[in-house]
Design a protein around this ligand. Structure first.
Ligand SMILES: NC(=O)C1=CN([C@@H]2O[C@H](COP(=O)(O)OP(=O)(O)OC[C@H]3O[C@@H](n4cnc5c(N)ncnc54)[C@H](O)[C@@H]3O)[C@@H](O)[C@H]2O)C=CC1
Ligand SMILES: C[N+](C)(C)CC(=O)CC(=O)[O-]
Length: 321
């Protein structure tokens, strides 16, 4: 089976937070982009989001010929995907919606164009069930902001060809990303399973009046958050075991897993909990606009990415190591 891996035209369906991030990444890599989104005012909102992301992308370095005006917004799904070499769907996280949308996308697309879905955790075997040529359909789960964060989780469904996984890896790598093949099709994949556990505990801490949203964010950003940008939990805890390493760490801290420190079930999303979270985060945001906070995030992320890359190079490692 042979799929298109050298892409010139990128199709984006759904241009909200994630779809616009994909569009920005593809434009910055010098591609022509065709986008479709059924919401009124979607084109204007998309162009505004791209303009907000562009300074960070310029700072990171644009590919030759990269330009915001290489984006064409179209009125139908068919127009969006017909001539595309690669298709990325970023529509709302609803199984019925994605099922219907993928039946239409795949029927109109070139049969050898890879189709990726940005879903955060729905199963590809389910939402690609009615797809034409399902062997080229994958999940390509990105992280926000899509135009800066390298990770993309690739997940195949029961009909996905192994060659399509390889083709998706090639395409996402060419877009400057770091693909991670999730070998088992499980809800939430790898990263969101971890992030969801943290998010659930954070909500319990607010719900139980232990800490405010700002205090919980401080607990992350001044501690583990800093080391997570270059070292994951397993390697970090190997160091925490001292010279005796992971075996000593497991013996010393493993039993705490059974105390337990954490709650597994999620808290009830009562009105009070929602208000506490919304009011707490509004206080953290202060007078800043969302766009200003995004620019601050982008600038800081670029600095972190640069620092990690330079430090790895000094230690004989490539960024993707
Ligand atoms: N927001 C996040 O942090 C992340 C979200 N994702 C995934 O990306 C996908 C999109 O999420 P967001 O961008 O956050 O949502 P969003 O709500 O920001 O954007 C969704 C967009 O889809 C459009 N839309 C509505 N009906 C549609 C249809 N039938 N076909 C195509 N587009 C349609 C909406 O007008 C909207 O612009 C979801 O599958 C989500 O799980 C993945 C990674 C992170
Ligand atoms: C909240 N979320 C599940 C949509 C988050 C993601 O899927 C990834 C991210 O960017 O954190």
């Amino acid at each position: 089976m042979s799929f298109i891996t050298e892409i010139k035209t990128f199709a984006a369906l759904g241009s909200g937070v994630i779809g616009s991030g994909w569009v920005a990444r593809a434009l910055a890599h010098g591609l022509d982009v065709i986008a479709w989104d059924p919401a009124p005012g979607a084109e204007q909102a998309l162009r505004k989001r791209i303009a907000n992301a562009w300074p960070a992308l310029e700072k990171q370095g644009l590919a030759p010929g990269a330009a915001q005006d290489r984006l064409r917004f179209v009125a139908t799904i068919e127009e969006c995907v017909r001539d595309a070499d690669f298709i990325q769907e970023s529509a709302p996280e609803r199984l019925d919606l994605k099922l219907d949308l993928h039946a239409k996308i795949s029927a109109a697309a070139k049969p050898n164009a890879i189709i990726g879905s940005s879903t955060s955790g729905l199963l590809p075997s389910e939402f690609y069930e009615s797809a034409t040529h399902p062997e080229r359909c994958v999940v390509g789960h990105p992280f926000n902001p899509v135009y800066l964060l390298p990770l993309v989780e690739i997940v195949g469904g029961q009909n996905t060809a192994p060659e399509a996984i390889e083709a998706a890896k090639t395409i996402y790598t060419a877009l400057g990303m770091r693909p991670l093949h999730v070998r088992k099709e499980v809800p939430g994949f790898i990263a969101d399973r971890l992030l969801e556990a943290l998010w659930r505990e954070a909500l319990h801490l607010v719900n139980d009046g232990v800490a405010s949203t700002g205090e919980i964010d401080d607990a992350i950003r001044f501690g583990a958050g800093l080391r997570w940008s270059f070292m994951g939990t397993f390697l970090t805890y190997t160091l925490a075991g001292g010279d005796a390493g992971m075996r000593h760490f497991m013996a010393q801290f493993g039993p705490a897993l059974k105390l337990p420190w954490t709650y597994l079930p999620a808290p009830e999303l009562t009105d009070k909990l929602i208000d506490d979270v919304v009011e707490g985060t509004a206080e953290q945001l202060g007078e800043r606009s969302i766009a200003a906070l995004e620019r601050y995030r982008d600038d800081t992320l670029l600095a972190v990415l640069d620092a990690v890359k330079n430090s790895k190079a000094r230690h004989g490692m490539a960024f993707g190591d």
